[in-house]
Write a protein of this length. Structure first.
Length: 468
């Protein structure tokens, strides 16, 4: 069933009134008598109009039926009972034949507090710990960790001097915050996703990239458009808060970029400097080891984490890795609720649509107030039945208007209307407002003239056959 929106019916519609036909009856009888006295096939074309104020005759009430938190079986049963109770109350008040009620979508949701499900007492622990070794011992250390059940979140490789005490010149490049958010980031236009950029250094300088962003990045030699990249250097993933370093010795210009976010590009220019010593270097490999625990009570999760950390320290001792180098990232204790058993409470919300005659609106609203439901929306509209009735009435009134105008024009000419040769519905005018044609009735919106009341109108052109 079609309808016209409530806004149109309560005041946003206007009517388009065609200008009235302007004529003078002075000497008209003699003019027509002289012109048409010898013609039996004469016609006269006249425009007729009619308009009526639109009245709303139907109301649509959108209500939401909520159910308090409970176990899933109770929520489902309560939902059915609440909806049936609402339906019975409304139909008893206005009559079953005077209302249409349809039940819409039901949303079943877990009941949470501060983002966590109620009665969830299971937790899991998670953290990452970087362990540093060199290329000679990497295979042995990695095998021991894997055999002990540890997972590796990522691996990064840095070039470091063999003699840490060597006084090398160094330069620091910052991976700026927010640079990985989008290709439209501010740093792209400013060319400082890597800052400073570009940078010029002398041979033998240690360059350190610090990741100050909240996501991981890479420092990879080459350009995003190159078919082969990373042949000169490649950091792998540099996690937030971590760094990558490399000693640049040979003169030249090196382009680099982030593989994950290719809009991040940088360049290093190196000039020879015989004054800088040529350091001996080695590869330092950092393994980001994951310590995670199975879901358990909070106390047991903390205990399991401590046991895993002790196991990791023992492996480091066996492999000669100083315990003092162990730097633990933040430990997260997460409430675990991925299994159905954790969801102890649920809520549900159901949309119910009630349609009735506008005369019953007050009764329905009174009933709804007593049913513990929420009113989401109320729409007043006009039914197709009323629109069709108005169209018939308006059409007849417009024809009558045209007939009366034709009779006034003919006056005492001695000519009379013999019949109607043709009737045309006039096209919608766009001189004001926005025209809406619906079921043969022309409606106009956004016209302040009829802001307080909706109007519908019809304009027709009638060609009458006239004769003596």
């Amino acid at each position: 069933m079609s309808s016209i929106g409530a806004a149109a019916l309560i005041g946003l519609l206007s009517v388009f009134i065609m200008p009235g036909l302007s004529y003078s009856l002075e000497d008209s009888s003699q003019v027509f008598k002289n012109a048409l006295s010898s013609s039996d096939g004469a016609t006269i074309v006249v425009t007729g109009q009619s308009s009526q104020r639109i009245q709303s005759d139907q109301a649509t009430i959108d209500v939401n039926v909520p159910v308090p938190p409970s176990d899933i079986d109770s929520v489902t049963n309560t939902q059915k009972e609440s909806i049936q109770k609402l339906v019975n109350a409304v139909t008893s008040s206005v009559g079953q034949d005077n209302v249409t009620i349809s039940v819409g979508q039901t949303n079943l949701s877990t009941f949470t507090s501060n983002g966590n499900p109620i009665n969830s007492s299971t937790f899991s622990a998670y953290t990452t710990i970087p362990i540093k070794t060199d290329s000679d011992h990497f295979s042995d250390v990695a095998s021991s960790l894997v055999n002990a059940g540890f997972k590796m979140d990522s691996i990064s490789v840095n070039q470091v001097p063999t003699n840490p005490g060597m006084n090398l010149p160094n330069a620091t490049i910052t991976i700026t915050s927010g640079s990985g958010a989008s290709a439209n980031s501010d740093c792209v236009s400013a060319n400082d996703c890597f800052s400073p950029n570009p940078i010029s250094i002398t041979g033998g300088t240690l360059v350190i990239w610090n990741n100050s962003d909240s996501v991981s990045h890479t420092v990879t030699s080459g350009r995003p458009s190159d078919t082969q990249t990373g042949s000169v250097f490649d950091s792998g993933l540099i996690k937030p808060g971590q760094s990558y370093q490399r000693i640049f010795q040979n003169a030249g210009t090196y382009d680099y970029f982030c593989v994950v976010h290719p809009w991040m590009v940088g360049q290093i220019s190196i000039t020879s400097d015989d004054k800088n010593p040529t350091p001996e270097t080695k590869l330092q490999i950092t393994l980001n080891i994951v310590i995670d625990t199975k879901p358990d009570t909070l106390q047991n999760s903390i205990k399991a984490y401590q046991n895993r950390l002790t196991t990791l320290k023992n492996i480091m001792n066996e492999k000669g890795i100083p315990i003092n180098d162990l730097k633990q990232n933040q430990l997260n204790l997460n409430q675990f609720y991925s299994t159905p058993a954790q969801y102890s409470y649920f809520t549900s919300n159901t949309d119910v649509i009630i349609k009735t005659n506008v005369k019953n609106l007050d009764k329905v609203l009174e009933i709804v107030k007593t049913q513990n439901v929420n009113i989401s929306n109320i729409v007043l509209s006009t039914s197709d039945t009323l629109i069709d009735g108005m169209r018939k009435d308006l059409t007849q009134e417009a024809i009558d208007d045209a007939t009366q105008k034709a009779q006034d024009i003919l006056g005492s000419s001695g000519l009379t209307i013999k019949g109607i040769k043709k009737i045309e519905i006039n096209p919608s005018s766009t001189t004001t407002g926005q025209p809406v044609d619906y079921h043969g009735i022309r409606l106009f919106t956004n016209d302040p003239t009829f802001y307080q009341s909706g109007q519908a109108s019809i304009s027709i052109t009638v060609e009458f056959q006239v004769g003596k």
